[in-house]
Ligand binder design. Structure first.
Ligand SMILES: [Zn+2]
Length: 286
């Protein structure tokens, strides 16, 4: 009897891993994940033909186990990493990703190549022969499977004092099948105003990665109106000391017609866009 149970157990485990293996392979859909990294951002994108991109790496090294859960176990390849700005809650995990994955390129904004953690990351990237690109809105990627990663901010490469880095965040609009995802780092009011002036209706996006963890210093009405998102994803730690997300921001988001998804409530969030433009979302934990 125990032998039969053991065999059944082994079969169940094998089917379990087979399921995960199959679900992680490219399937013609675009998959966008807000990884469950606590107070910070780590956003992963797998395109319909299997290109992989990481926007920010969150604090600590949790991002490595999160990537292990959403990538096939046999592949360690990430096409490119974008670091929106060099704050620890977006940056620290990147050091561990560079040590554990083959990375095609590293796009950064507001990095100082000789200072602190951003300097360490640039040294690590160069040691691994990963090209480092001090990016701006001219650095766009058009992929062979219909996905465009359009960097829309900053307008020119920026190096700022750490206190101003939030407003020098890389902002990207990812487009596929008539849908789009706006990835905003920690931009605050001045950059939101600048984006609205520069792009206005072109900011319209199906999915908004809410700026700065839902802080009260971001998500002004004019910006939310221009973006007009159906889904608003907030990457935020449980009971964080910053009291993110702010209650007024949450009601503004809901008032704008968006469904709010939060990593502190839902764990890892996945949004899928099909080739026909159908959007669905799932929470993978809790
Ligand atoms: Zn942040």
């Amino acid at each position: 009897m125990w032998l039969r149970r053991l065999i059944l157990g082994v079969i169940a485990i094998s089917f379990g891993s087979l399921f995960f293996l199959v679900s992680d392979l490219p399937d013609g859909d675009l998959h966008f994940y807000a990884l469950n990294v606590g107070q910070g951002d780590a956003l992963f994108l797998q395109t319909p033909s299997g290109h992989r991109f990481l926007f920010d790496g969150g604090p600590g090294k949790t991002v490595v186990s999160e990537l292990g859960a959403v990538m096939p176990f046999f592949s360690k390849r990430i096409d490119a990493i974008f670091v929106t700005h060099p704050d620890r809650d977006h940056l620290e995990g990147i050091l561990h990703v560079l040590k554990n994955y083959e990375v095609g390129a590293l796009y950064v904004s507001s990095f100082k190549s000789n200072a602190g953690l951003s300097g360490a990351i640039i040294r690590q990237a160069r040691a691994a022969m990963v090209p480092v690109i001090f990016a701006d809105e001219r650095d766009d990627l058009e992929l062979d499977d219909g996905v465009t990663i359009d960097l829309i901010y900053p307008f020119r490469p920026v190096i700022t004092a750490p206190a101003a880095a939030n407003n020098a965040s890389l902002v990207a609009q990812v487009r596929f099948a008539g849908r789009s995802i706006l990835i905003t780092g920690d931009i605050e009011v001045p950059t939101e105003e600048e984006l609205v002036r520069a792009y206005n209706e072109a900011l319209t996006s199906t999915i908004l990665k809410v700026p700065h963890h839902g802080s009260k210093t971001s998500s002004i009405p004019a910006f939310l109106e221009a973006v007009h998102a159906e889904l608003a994803v907030i990457s935020v730690g449980v009971d964080n000391s910053y009291h993110h997300p702010n209650a007024e921001v949450l009601s503004r988001l809901e008032g704008s017609g968006a469904t709010v998804l939060r990593t502190d409530r839902a764990g890892r969030v996945e949004v899928t866009v099909s080739a026909q433009g159908a959007v669905s979302s799932t929470s993978l934990m809790r």
